[in-house]
Design a protein around this ligand. Structure first.
Ligand SMILES: [Fe+2]
Ligand SMILES: [Fe+2]
Length: 487
């Protein structure tokens, strides 16, 4: 490689100093950079490349890109006439009170239980509920609600589910001959709240039916009369060597009305909001040896770079929620990113920092933003893959909980209140984290995963995970469209 790089410059009669050489050779795409630098010094009648030459070239490139992507005057005119009201319906940022003792854990689970019990009790069958302490006697028609402690298969093929409520606990048997129930049991997970319909002999509850809090089909959706569009992105991973800056700039160029055919430009001119669902930057120390994968090794610099890139979006609100790579508490709910790390972003007037999860009402469209770290636990518990996000999202919506499994990979803060319960059914659920796009409409709710702007990493290569880089879901006038900005 040494000879290769030096030869290329020699051929053009250009000298290279040592520092410039080491910077060029450590660049991911050095072939492209060499070509660009040669053109740059020739244009400027120079004959030696130093690190300053590289800085000057990079600055000129930034300015060129900025000129190319800054808001189209036509788009600006249209946006000045658009109203972009929004309201934050759930933000947990300043609602963290726990210091993590066992009392708090009880309060946390009680909150989870009570909230989900209330939802299950909207089902008339569960208007009266048998407390578990009363199930030590014979009951022919039983309706109980409990949190799952464990799920086990017996030697004979039956499934035993241990449940608990604030009054006591009980064992529920799902008989092996009841195929529907046995199939359903494969999607049950620890710590979720379920309703049980069945009978008991005072020892074991025999289940006839397992009921999830569930969701009634949403016929009147906030997206029905929507005459604008919302763009959803996540997992940008700015700072990573694999961050696809070209694709990201192309996306911003589109936002600003400068990219694509007439249909795409019209969609951009209708754009009123951008929602970012976490992992805006790659972070530091997120996994062992991450620094080898980083182009920007300092967290402040990563956020400054993010501010520079998002700074080209000036006239629409940007809702920004964190993910597990961002600089905030890892345990969910994650408070919003603050100016401690992301000063530039916090100072940008059109950026609204919110928690993960959060709910925002964007001119009548209720969007639940959740990064999706709990998918890791769901994948493990249910033996499915990260590409099955739509299946996971359906299940979570039925369970009415964003992260039911407690104490595994996804850390949950045992707050006094469980904010991960989906008390309201939103119009849109926006997730990320898995780096693979998905979209489904389930019972009237748009459920999407917004993919990534990070190309395949070494880790993903090993596990054969193919990210959908640069593909952005746009909810345009109530219909989901996927725009491809990949490079
Ligand atoms: Fe990510
Ligand atoms: Fe993530």
């Amino acid at each position: 490689m040494v000879n290769d790089i030096i030869k290329k410059f020699q051929k053009s009669n250009i000298l290279l100093n040592n520092n410039a050489y080491s910077e060029i050779s450590s660049s991911e795409d050095y072939d492209y950079l060499i070509g660009e630098l040669i053109r740059y010094v020739e244009d400027n009648d120079e004959f030696i490349i130093t690190t300053k030459t590289i800085r000057d070239y990079q600055q000129r490139e930034r300015e060129r890109i900025h000129e190319e992507i800054k808001e189209n005057p036509e788009t600006k005119k249209i946006r000045q006439t658009l109203e972009t009201p929004y309201e934050i319906l759930l933000d947990t940022t300043n609602k963290s009170y726990t210091d993590g003792d066992i009392q708090d854990l009880n309060k946390y689970f009680n909150s989870r239980y009570e909230k989900l019990r209330k939802i299950i009790q909207q089902n008339p069958e569960f208007r009266t509920v048998n407390d578990l302490k009363t199930t030590k006697q014979k009951i022919d028609s039983l309706h109980s609600i409990g949190i799952i402690n464990s799920i086990n298969k017996t030697k004979n093929g039956h499934v035993i589910v241990e449940i608990e409520d604030p009054t006591g606990d009980a064992s529920v048997i799902l008989l092996k001959d009841d195929e529907d129930l046995i199939t359903q049991s494969s999607s049950l997970v620890k710590d979720e709240v379920i309703g049980v319909v069945g009978s008991t002999n005072g020892n074991l509850i025999k289940a006839d039916e397992i009921v999830h809090p569930g969701v009634i089909r949403q016929d009147i959706s906030g997206t029905a009369g929507m005459d604008f569009s919302i763009a959803f992105i996540s997992d940008v991973h700015i700072g990573s060597k694999q961050f696809d800056e070209t694709a990201f700039n192309r996306f911003i160029k589109w936002v600003n009305g400068n990219e694509g055919d007439d249909a795409k430009r019209e969609m951009a001119n209708n754009l009123k909001y951008l929602v970012i669902g976490g992992d805006l930057v790659d972070g530091i120390g997120i996994y062992p040896n991450q620094d080898k994968e980083l182009k920007i090794k300092d967290i402040y610099d990563q956020y400054e770079e993010a501010a520079r890139l998002l700074g080209d979006i000036t006239d629409i609100p940007i809702i920004l929620s964190p993910g597990n790579h961002d600089a905030t508490r890892l345990a969910e709910p994650q408070p919003a990113i603050t100016d401690k790390y992301a000063k530039g972003l916090c100072e940008q007037k059109n950026i609204e920092m919110v928690s993960n999860p959060s709910i925002v009402n964007l001119d009548g469209v209720k969007v639940l933003v959740y990064h999706g770290r709990s998918f890791d636990d769901m994948v493990m518990a249910m033996n499915i893959t990260h590409a099955d996000t739509d299946q996971i999202m359906k299940l979570l919506l039925e369970k009415r909980h964003l992260s039911p499994i407690y104490g595994e990979r996804n850390a949950l803060a045992s707050e006094f209140e469980d904010y991960m319960v989906m008390e309201e059914v939103p119009d849109v659920i926006h997730t990320g984290h898995v780096h693979i796009n998905s979209y489904t409409k389930y019972k009237g709710v748009h459920m999407l995963n917004s993919g990534t702007f990070q190309k395949q990493t070494e880790f993903q290569k090993i596990y054969n995970i193919v990210p959908t880089c640069g593909q952005v879901p746009i909810l345009n006038k109530g219909k989901m469209k996927l725009l491809d900005f990949s490079s």
